[in-house]
Design a protein around this ligand. Sequence first.
Ligand code: GLU
Ligand code: ZN
Length: 317
Amino acid sequence: MPNFKNPSPPADGYRGRFAPSPTGPLHAGSLVAALGSWLDARKNQGKWLLRIEDLDTPRCVSGADQEILRQLLACGLTWDEEPTWQSQHQERYKKALERLNELQIVYHCTCSRLSIANALEARGVMTPRNQEMVYPGTCRPHQIGTYDEGEIASTEVAWRLALPPGLTIDFDDLALGKQTQDLIQEVGDFVLRRRDSIFTYQLAVVVDDAEQEITHIVRGADLLNNTARQIYLQRALGYVTPSYLHLPLVLDEYGEKLSKQTLASAIHTENTQQTLQELRKAAKHLGLKDLPDRKETSIAEWLLAATQAWNRKITSS
Ligand code: GLU
Ligand code: ZN
């Protein structure tokens, strides 16, 4: 993995975060994201916040949030402010949606996955497996007005963001370099609130990163593809765009991304030796070198050395 670029230090203090979804305990892949974001915050003498992204209730596993907190503590990855749960901030997301409604850039959609697939097929568009369908704009009105209170409260419809024509987003990823995405061609008008009234990850993550004044987002490269959408939403809502650093993904023996769906197993933190073993694997994945490997190394000592190694990695580029 190439070295990362050295971002200019933020004027008003570094604020990073780790934002796991409580769909299961931490696994090797999520530990890499936790460790990478923690080290970057420590290296910058910044704050590291923990936010549990528990909006997609059908996918949440009861007790997984507490298990994640316990695993992070076992790894010595401590947070600097009270952890937050997205499920307790519904009002924020509602306000943001109302703001976009005032701007007349959101609209109701009643399409099902099947009807979208059919509409695409009718246009001769084939969506490769594992890829999201590009919304063909079926429900988009010619002229978008402002929906009134009653229409906002109405359920059974999804809310989509209307993208302006020719919208391409460019950004500089601190690990991966220049990125560009043609949102119209590659994504289409995306959903902000689902038909089951659940606010989507895209909306919630943008609102919370702004609300918590996050300056640096360090997360797995599996989320890279969402970044352009998030930057566009930040602009629409008048938020500052943080800097982004996407970490290399941990793949399983079949070359697939580790996830709960692929039954990635929980990291072992039953004792110090096991925990250090997990941390060492994550650090190796991050390309950190010359870390203490003595048996008697404590976790605190190891994390200090890892922070120095992260610092060398960033500054030597
Ligand atoms: N909750 C998201 C996940 O676990 C990550 C959000 C983020 O870091 O932007 O995949
Ligand atoms: Zn629709």
